[in-house]
Design a protein around this ligand. Structure first.
Ligand code: BYC
Length: 323
């Protein structure tokens, strides 16, 4: 019987030294290049979870498409949700270059223990959430993904370049929506402030646990998948967002927020890591609803996958003949 605890692969020291030297020189690692098993495993974990996040992230905003207040708003929301689906597909393709099958990734996500971003386990309760998600959630994603655009694994880094361009557009449309509501009627301003109050802390949790509690950061930083730690990126996001809130007359829900005159950083109060851990453990406000929705979509789409496979099989001999 196979052992439950598998010993880690012992890598050839020469291959390993050559690989480390390539990383040190800032070279891009490509799919057919030699790479340590742990590098492959970490990337598969992180990229697939990123892809799952993009796809599950369609649900909270998809919830408001039929209730958008104007045609213009509806069109941009549909386009944004569609973009997120595209990002997911793009990153799944990137993950497959590591030699893993997409069906396996889906299985880990829908019926196993693969994670997706905690942020998508919160409900969208008002129209203002469509603005705040674009501003904060896409804004946080940009800070994180701009760094990942320099990741050592070529297919992931290249996917991030295109994705960041689209996320920038998402962020702008979200911030513009917030600015419009903030200078609207008192009820509109109250709605966007209430939304910001709900999304601020979960957005900060998107960057992951503090560095000292981040088991994967060591490997990922050493191999230049991540260029910066979780805390530094979170701080960068806070520093960018505080003046943006001020500019549109909104208040971040943190009585301890203050600027450190020496470092120039905006220091935040305590993040509720118990809440974060509860969401990761499956006990956030919408975890069950989200996974159920994704399972249903996947199962109802089985006939499409079957039809595509049958079509490809039918064409394969013809293509072979033509060649
Ligand atoms: N949520 O060792 P750590 C978007 C997990 S979607 C859930 O620091 P790492 C958008 C972590 O996986 C873009 N889980 O991990 C879409 C690990 O668990 P495992 C979302 C989290 O990998 C639609 C454990 O906690 N962005 O933009 O070094 C609409 C320990 O953490 C979270 C990405 O996916 C979390 N927030 O660093 C709008 C970015 N944080 O796997 C917008 C890509 C941590 O060991 N990912 N965990 O069981 C990353 O940059 C990194 O994976 C993280 C975590 C910074 C998130």
């Amino acid at each position: 019987m196979a052992s439950e605890t598998r010993a880690e692969t012992v890598e050839d020291p020469i291959q390993m030294a050559l690989f480390d030297a390539r990383i040190d020189r800032g070279e891009s690692i490509e799919p057919k290049d030699w790479m340590p098993a742990k590098y492959r495993k970490q990337l598969t974990r992180m990229m697939s979870q990123h892809a799952h996040s993009e796809v599950v992230g369609m649900l909270p905003e998809g919830n408001w498409i039929s209730r958008a207040p104007s045609l213009r708003r509806k069109m941009s929301l549909i386009a944004k949700v569609q973009d997120e689906g595209g990002h997911g597909l793009y990153i799944y393709c990137g993950t497959e270059t590591l030699g893993v099958d997409r069906a396996e990734l889906m299985d880990q996500y829908l019926y196993g223990t693969a994670k997706y971003s905690s942020i998508f386990n919160y409900p969208t309760l008002s129209w203002a959430d469509m603005g705040v998600i674009g501003w904060l959630v896409d804004g946080a994603a940009i800070v994180n993904q701009t760094m990942l655009a320099h990741a050592s694994y070529g297919p992931y880094a290249r996917a991030m370049v295109r994705i960041c361009k689209e996320e920038n557009f998402h962020k702008r449309q979200g911030y513009e929506l917030c600015a419009t509501l903030a200078k609207g009627t008192p009820a509109q301003k109250a709605m966007v402030q209430e939304s910001l109050n709900r999304w601020w802390w979960p957005s900060l949790m998107m960057f992951g646990p503090p560095d000292k509690a981040s088991p994967n950061s060591g490997d990922l930083l050493r191999w230049k998948v991540k260029q910066k730690g979780n805390d530094e990126l979170r701080q960068r996001f806070v520093n960018l967002t505080v003046p943006q809130a001020e500019a549109i007359g909104l208040t971040l829900p943190d009585p301890d927020l203050k600027k450190n005159s020496e470092t120039g950083d905006w220091e935040i109060g305590k993040i509720d890591w118990d809440e974060f851990n509860a969401v990761l453990a499956g006990n956030g406000p919408c975890n069950r609803e989200r996974i159920e929705a994704r399972r249903k979509a996947h199962e109802e789409g089985a006939w499409v996958r079957d039809a595509a496979a049958a079509f490809a099989a039918k064409r394969a001999p013809a293509a072979g003949h033509a060649a």
